[in-house]
Design a protein around this ligand. Structure first.
Ligand code: GRF
Length: 224
């Protein structure tokens, strides 16, 4: 059975920690492609994040859930992380979010947290991430900078489904870009950002009418 689009829009919450240019690109893509992705809200862990002003300008609800202070959890980092993740998961649930779109969210999500978004068949979590490298090359922080410093002749952008690893999980879309002879880091990074701003939309287009969606549809409707 071929299902051209999802039976209902993907209800999503965007998680972002920084400037939020990718979050904005996602919101604009969702508006330009109605019926595919419903952005319920943007959630940030950073009260200084530029994404807060962007959300306001876009008219999208934005909530901030800060990582708890050390003093509140003398039991250590893991207790703080668990408390933060529980609060985030609860907020997403309250917002009616079924999918998480990670757009520069600077926290590694635990397996326990991810399992709350574990509906998709095939073992996928309903969590999508964008990363500035040609994964599996350069996972982790400062990926573009590390590629540049290594003298890489090209880098790329990847949108992938999230698993328990760091920047691992099945690739949805990936696009490479070259390093040109006169590039300084700013020029190299700017080339990557241009791609980023359309690649998440491309991934969402694929996720909302591709094989994964077909499986989800059949799962939801018991149509085997
Ligand atoms: C992007 O480079 C994204 O690939 C990475 O974090 C950055 C976020 O930028 N994961 P912005 O906040 O969306 O402008």
């Amino acid at each position: 059975m071929k299902v051209p689009v999802m039976a209902k829009p993907m209800r999503a919450v965007i998680l972002a920690s920084g400037d939020g240019s990718n979050a904005e690109a996602i919101v604009l893509w969702a508006r330009a492609n109605p019926g595919r992705v419903e952005v319920r809200a943007i959630l940030t862990d950073n009260p200084q994040a530029g994404v807060i002003q962007r959300a306001e300008r876009l008219g999208i609800p934005c909530i901030c859930i800060c990582f708890p202070e050390k003093e509140m959890f003398p039991d250590g980092f893991m207790a703080r992380k668990r408390a933060h993740e529980n609060a985030v998961a609860q907020a997403v649930e309250d917002l009616g979010g079924e999918w998480l779109l990670l757009a520069g969210y600077m926290r590694i999500l635990s397996g326990e947290f991810l399992s709350r978004f574990a509906h998709a068949p095939g073992g996928y979590y309903r969590v999508v991430n964008i990363h500035p490298s040609l994964l599996p090359e350069y996972p982790g922080k400062d990926a573009l900078r590390r590629a540049f410093n290594d003298g890489a002749e090209r880098s790329g952008i990847t949108v992938h489904l999230v698993d328990e690893g760091v920047d691992s999980g099945p690739v949805v879309v990936q696009e490479s870009f070259p390093r040109l002879p006169d590039d300084d880091f700013a020029a190299f990074a700017a080339r990557g950002r241009q791609i980023e701003h359309r690649l998440f939309g491309q991934a969402l287009a694929k996720l909302t009418d591709f094989q994964i969606t077909k499986e989800l549809y059949e799962h939801q409707h018991g149509d085997h």
